[in-house]
Ligand binder design. Structure first.
Ligand SMILES: [Fe+2]
Length: 372
């Protein structure tokens, strides 16, 4: 049986002020927001709502320690609505704050603690990558286990996803680049996933098309041109989120988690390290299958031959974001076996979405290929 669903309502407002005109806030609201976005667009606009800032609870990617630090400060029982305005970290953590019970966080992720939705949840992304505003997934670094883990359960769906292109135009180019490449990888991994359906594939295709065309325009017109395309990229990221929310992401994400968990590499950047290597491996192991359809689609968008699509993508993406080796991030060669074991043992949720079943040796070989 093939299934497909889009859970939250999706609203689009051109500017933050249009969103504020539509919503009113009370003391029963908990707003979790990035400090810089708050100061630029929302300062003193949330009435009596309790406002908490990401930067007050640690920096960087989301972790179970960040959730514990917030819960030491905030009594969730005081609120009946959670509004998150930020990047992947803020959104993924806010999904947990809408639950009835959150601690111990590790038990929640091990599914020893049931996830029950208790509060209305409104998610406003300020990057164009995670697509997390439309998925039922929360990804956290579990510090004690030195890796990221994902919890994918329906109580994590938002009630409303709010898209505000103005917030994307504020991003530094490097954040735009790493987040939009993450969106592209969501689209391509979900397209080739065994769980893909004609419905999810339609969203994957459109997202890939919009991102490649957008990158080409940025290469032609200069880096700042992404601001002109902010609505396109925000919608593409949301499409990719709908696609992977239904069909999943796969080995590129699985392989990136030990790297970003141990070396704190930004999520999209870590994914990019493995992206073309995984797809070239698919091509070598199983050249006949959905990859043929994917390659023809990419060839059409990129205007190249279908056996050149991965080198063409590297060429185009290389003009947007620099690709680094594992050694660049300080990874030691002897860690590659641990990374591989982590992928096999801890990332089964993602590895089941691989286009081909990958062995320990094949995964280790890919880690070695991107080492230097
Ligand atoms: Fe991702």
């Amino acid at each position: 049986m093939e299934t497909f669903k889009i859970e939250p309502n999706i609203e689009i407002y051109p500017k933050a002020v249009n969103f504020l005109e539509e919503y009113s806030f009370t003391s029963k609201d908990l707003v979790f927001i990035s400090g810089s976005v708050y100061r630029k667009h929302f300062e003193n606009r949330f009435s009596d709502a309790k406002v908490i800032f990401h930067s007050d609870y640690g920096k960087g990617e989301p972790s179970n320690h960040l959730v514990d630090a917030i819960l030491a400060d905030v009594c969730l029982a005081d609120y009946n609505r959670v509004i998150a305005i930020g990047g992947g970290t803020i959104i993924d953590v806010a999904k947990l704050l809408a639950l009835k019970e959150v601690q111990p966080v590790m038990d929640l992720f091990d599914k020893d603690l049931p996830a029950t939705k208790e509060r209305e949840l409104i998610l406003v992304p300020t990057t164009c990558g995670t697509g997390s505003e439309v998925t039922n997934v929360s990804i956290l670094e579990i510090v004690e286990r030195k890796t990221k883990l994902g919890l994918a359960v329906d109580p994590l769906f938002a009630d409303t996803a709010v898209l505000i292109p103005e917030l994307i135009s504020d991003l530094p180019f490097s954040v735009f680049a790493t987040s939009s490449i993450d969106a592209f990888i969501h689209a391509i991994e979900s397209f080739i996933s065994p769980k893909a359906t004609p419905f999810s594939m339609m969203y994957s295709k459109e997202a890939m098309k919009m991102i490649i065309k957008g990158y080409k325009k940025i290469v032609e017109n200069g880096k700042d041109y992404f601001k002109v395309l902010s609505e396109d990229f925000l919608i593409a990221s949301c499409y990719a989120g709908i696609a992977f929310g239904n069909a999943g992401t796969g080995p590129v994400h699985a392989m990136s988690y030990p790297l970003s968990g141990a070396y704190h590499v930004a999520h999209g950047e870590a994914n990019y390290v493995f992206f073309t290597m995984v797809f070239k491996t698919y091509q070598a192991l199983k050249p006949k299958g959905r990859i043929t359809e994917l390659n023809s689609l990419l060839a059409e968008i990129l205007c190249c031959a279908s056996d050149e699509v991965y080198s063409e993508l590297e060429l185009l993406f290389g003009k947007i974001i620099e690709k680094n080796s594992l050694s660049f991030y300080g990874v030691k060669k002897q860690e590659l076996q641990d990374f591989t074991a982590n992928v096999i043992e801890k990332q089964t949720r993602l590895m089941v979405n691989s286009y081909v079943t990958l062995t320990y040796e094949q995964i280790l070989k890919m880690f070695e290929e991107v080492y230097e």
